[in-house]
Ligand binder design. Structure first.
Ligand code: HEC
Length: 161
């Protein structure tokens, strides 16, 4: 191996390092290294929405229809009826989370016990149970329409009366 070859090899090595450095310097000018404060996009219906404006126009009758279609396969909707797969929902609105007597809740929901089922909590739960309480046993994908959630929450209030 002669020294000219070694010189060429060293020059090639240095040149590739220089080119890589320049490329990375130029590229970082285009792509900021820090994470954006706001995500560039969000999945529709996956973010928590303030439910109060929707509660003002909620329709408990429509909510009853939806609850019969969607919730009643797992939940009793009449007070004193036995729990189904899920706990009886008769007085759930305004009640502390995971406190129906005699129902064996998941530890995911029991961890939320200090909170109350406010309208907002119910709305966030019904948007995505798995996101509200990761590990919950309520295997339900969620309701993306805030109007429908408000209708159901209004119906749950009527059940609690
Ligand atoms: C596939 C069955 C299933 C469906 C459908 C379902 N739930 Fe549930 N739900 C459950 C289970 C199971 C739990 C208990 C979850 C736990 O312990 O993690 C639960 C818990 C709840 C709780 C908490 C109760 C408490 O005492 O803290 C509320 C509120 C609730 N569901 C509302 C609803 C509503 C409203 C619907 C209809 C839109 C619905 N669920 C549909 C199975 C279901």
């Amino acid at each position: 191996m002669d020294s000219v070859f070694l010189n060429k090899a060293a020059a090639a090595g240095l040149l590739s390092i220089a080119v890589a450095w320049i490329c990375s310097a130029v590229a970082s000018g285009f792509v900021p290294a820090n994470v954006p404060v706001k995500p560039a996009f969000s999945v529709p219906g996956a973010e928590n929405v303030s439910i109060a404006p929707y509660m003002a126009h909620a329709d408990a009758d429509r909510g009853e229809e939806l609850a019969r279609q969607i919730c009643s396969s797992c939940h009793a909707l009449v007070s004193a009826a036995a729990d189904g797969v899920g706990p009886n929902l008769a007085s759930v609105a305004g009640r502390p989370i995971a406190t129906a007597a005699g129902y064996a809740y998941s530890s995911a929901l029991l961890a939320q016990k200090e909170h109350v089922w406010s309208d907002q909590a119910l709305s966030d739960w019904l948007t995505s149970p798995a996101r509200f309480a990761p590990g919950t046993r309520m295997s339900f994908v969620g309701i993306s329409s805030p109007e429908q959630r408000a209708d159901i929450i209004a119906y749950l209030h009527r059940l609690a009366e």
